[in-house]
Design a protein around this ligand. Sequence first.
Ligand code: ATP
Ligand code: MG
Length: 412
Amino acid sequence: MADLQPVRGTRDLIGEEQRRHAHVIDTARRVAALYGLEEWATPIFEDTRVFARTLGDTSDVVTKEMYTFEDRGGDSLTLRPENTAGVCRALVSNGLTQSLPQKVFYAGPMFRYERPQKGRYRQFHQIGAELIGPSEPLADAEIIALGWQILEALGVAGDTVLELNTLGDAASRGAYREALVAHFSAHRDVLSAESRDRLERNPLRILDSKDPGDRALVADAPTIHAVLTPEAAAFYDGLRAHLTRLRVPFRENPRIVRGLDYYNHTAFEFVTDKLGAQGAVMAGGRYDGLVAQMGGPAVPAVGWAAGIERLAMLLDAPPVPTAPVAVVPVGGATEEAAALDATQALRAAGIRAEMAYRGNLKRRMERANRIGARAAVLIGEAELARGVVQVKDLATGEQGEVALADLPARLA
Ligand code: ATP
Ligand code: MG
């Protein structure tokens, strides 16, 4: 079994990388709670139908990126490529469409078969937020404000720009579809093969094409604004007004369409120029049709997902673990037993404490320095007889006697 490596596109998170990762989740979880969101955890694999139809059968995710397999019982299962569909499935499965609104936060791994590169993996991780039930643009504004506040709490908001767009309602979208078909049909012969296919099936998707030739045609394409219905325009006006009131800065970008098919009205992305080609850190929008597609009633909803790896890379300084106290027995079994008791007493008092299992005093002190201990507690025979220990401050080198019973209080 020589040379076993993690599977291409997957990574081990160890040390600083895992600390960055955990810091993103902890921060997001804390801020999400301020907005009344509750955390859900749905399964990592689902019936393939949860994703296949709902994400759209012309989306990149469904056509090229899903990890789909048949299990031993012959069922088609898919490792979740995103979690909004799973949350909506869970809403319906658990009868929660009767108890709206549901405000949901989640964090966990997602799986997409993509070409791995910096900031793009086959197993990656997302935090996400969903507001299920409200149809008002205030909900869109609030969920975006939550995203912004998380980016601020992480200290990365200044590295990002919020790009905002509307995809309108069904009527606007129908009209826009026609306008796009007219525009792209006139240049059919220069479109990429993929976009030609999309011209029939989902012309909106062409706006998201990464093909350089397509990009030029996309630049000249009409925007949806000319064909927005008065209702859709009013919704978008409301959203912009609320965002301004909430002091969330944004830039309008009529080209934002999002990669999945289930969006309507609001579409947005927080983008950065600090991560090369992988510029999208947080993305989302309104998806009023998804719960019905999942077999539930018509339930409006809005949400976003953010890539934890990309946010972790943007973090300025990696969070450092709190420095421990090293407990060092000087002597034999009696001192070691006393040291073990002292270590547990410190931990019970909420103080990070570690005790080395072996080695002479010099070795153990070296180890205390290596783990970045702030203090060493030296437990020797003579002192133990008097109920005291030596505490050495490893930053200043100062050393003094402390009563064993006072140890947790003195080191708190
Ligand atoms: P991209 O345009 O970079 O492919 P996307 O539109 O496919 O992103 P979404 O489906 O909107 O991404 O997912 C939301 C967020 O999840 C993205 O903004 C990004 O931060 C992150 N993300 C998506 N795919 C990956 C991946 N393969 N590896 C790491 N992060 C990812
Ligand atoms: Mg993608």
